[in-house]
Ligand binder design. Sequence first.
Ligand code: FPP
Length: 246
Amino acid sequence: MSYKDQIDLLKLPRHIAVIMDGNGRWAKGKGKLRVFGHHNGVLSVRDVVEGAGELGIEYLTLYTFSAENWSRPKFEVIAIMELLISTLNKEIAKLMKNNVRLNAIGDLNMLPDKCHKELDNAISKTAANTGLVLTLALSYSSRGEIVQAAKKLAAKVQSGELQPADIDEKMFEDNLYTGGMPNPELLIRTSGEYRISNYLLWQIAYAELYFTAKLWPDFRREDLYEAILDFQKRERRFGMTSEQVN
Ligand code: FPP
């Protein structure tokens, strides 16, 4: 039986976050430039987005470009931005066909104008879609996200709109870039690295972590389904005892 057939559709994680890692090593292993890995990574993105939507996952959030990634060699940064522009442009029709709503989180003003425009265009064109919400984390830093939420709330306190005592976890969460989205229940990282790398630090407080040695360009929807099956076998206790949750 395929992994997909074994999944309990009534116990799907609502939100899956992915750290797509290993593009560079995948390309290097084939004697190619790192950028070749990013290009092939797009094929994985396409397959995983389709696979997630087909299964009925509500939210998929992909770590596409971190704030720290700006420090990579200029050639690679430009190549990734160009890849983003061309992919967004090419994929809009498919996103529409698959009823996917595109979203983005991060310090988006850091993106080159052309990239920002292409992103805004894809986001507005897909805004009325009702299927999977696909969020790209771009120029994203989780610590940066937490600091900007603190600044927003501090400004409201300063203007008298809010009292410090009014601030609770829910309000803080609503002021993150992901405000309004459920927290990820499953976080997948590819390429055999066991790190979180400044990704959704607040939001993954209770997420199940899944690590695979597969490099991102080799990851396909069947791998996603395998991760979901693994997730479904785990007992999520949220600080309670096993007896309490059962
Ligand atoms: C991590 O691999 C990957 C990235 C920093 C870029 C991810 C981008 C894509 C998959 C393509 C664009 C995506 C979309 C959604 C259009 P790495 O370069 O860190 O690999 P390494 O750890 O082997 O060096």
